[in-house]
Design a binder for this molecule. Sequence first.
Ligand code: UD1
Ligand code: UDP
Length: 361
Amino acid sequence: GKVAVVFGTRPEIIKQAPVLHALGADGARVFTGQHYDPELTDAVLRSCGLEPLARAVEGVGGGTRAQQVARMVDRLADRFTRQRPRAVVVQGDTNTANAGAQAGHYLGIPVVHVEAGLRSHDRSMPEETNRLLISALADVHCAATPENARNLLDGAVPAGSVFVTGNPVVEAVTALCPSEEETARLLAEHGVAPGGVVATVHRPENTDDPARLGVLLDGLGRLGVPVALPLHPRTRKALAAWGVAVPAAVRVLPPVDYRTFLAFTRSAHLLVSDSGGVQEEVTVLRKPLVVVRTSTERPESVAAGFSVLSEPADLVEHAERMLSAESLARIAAAPSPYGDGLAAQRIATLARDGAVVLQQV
Ligand code: UD1
Ligand code: UDP
């Protein structure tokens, strides 16, 4: 059988695309449709070279976490029973990845986990318990960094099943980052001025707390430069529901395709985000980032000087610190902790041989 590569949300599309490209004819695309709004997925799928796509697993988006995971396990298990993949590859820490690992495991199919071993040590995050569950079920763990591998070994994952591969986000960025000319064109097309701030917000800790969301928006309005804010529908709904005011300096945009977001990133002088993927991308594009969160499962980006954690109320102060000459000099010189751009090749090789590795463990 083929290697089933499972994805359901925007960041999984972006990071599984290089794995699918590396697998070529051996890979099968399995899209759950956890992100069900075309504005969140269609343009990203296209920019990552994953169109045309077979039909998504029907009706798994929205609802409670329990409903989402249960539906996905059920429907993925049906699909895997029919298609008998030789391995199932899941990525990251979403409900889709959790469900894919469960479905593969229950059917006795080797499960390969990409971006394994991240830990925020904050069990109130759905992503943290998804990560713990996936680490318990996976047969092959592809850690992005030695620190991630250490987390797995500390969690009693067998050493022979852990591989430090790097993170395919490095390949995604290097393959798709637009040229200077295309960047200028994409910025003009979206009415975004170069040299401003680019921000994203979608974590429940920020969207589901009206006071916190208000302070965050207010902070974005006090950075002294124009802010482009391509918004996840979750946050757009929250702003409307809570009646949070958007400051004049902040321009809300619909979600943009991946090349356009990379264009925004490479031309920005600072990023502000609660995104996981953005914490990695800034290490490749060498940009300063303020992470609006209380914890991070990506301490490598902070340790290398690319990002800093901040409460929404301290946003302006942290932005100034990240833009100091000393901080910028460090960012210009530090290598990305997330790999050498060959992660997808390594993961594809491990996934093709998944059954063999399973027998060794
Ligand atoms: C999910 C992942 C998160 C990841 C993010 C990437 C989990 C637990 N969370 O969060 O780790 O960082 O994707 O963007 O898997 N919604 C829409 N349209 C959509 C999808 C979602 O409007 O296409 C709104 C709905 O109100 C929905 C809410 O967002 O109930 C949450 O969606 P969900 O898929 O559960 O999680 P995300 O917040 O997108
Ligand atoms: N991104 C994008 N378009 C946007 C906003 C973000 O393509 O309008 C990309 C971004 O470059 C990153 C990924 O989406 O690679 C992050 O997705 P998100 O923040 O939703 O999820 P997370 O990484 O936090 O799980």
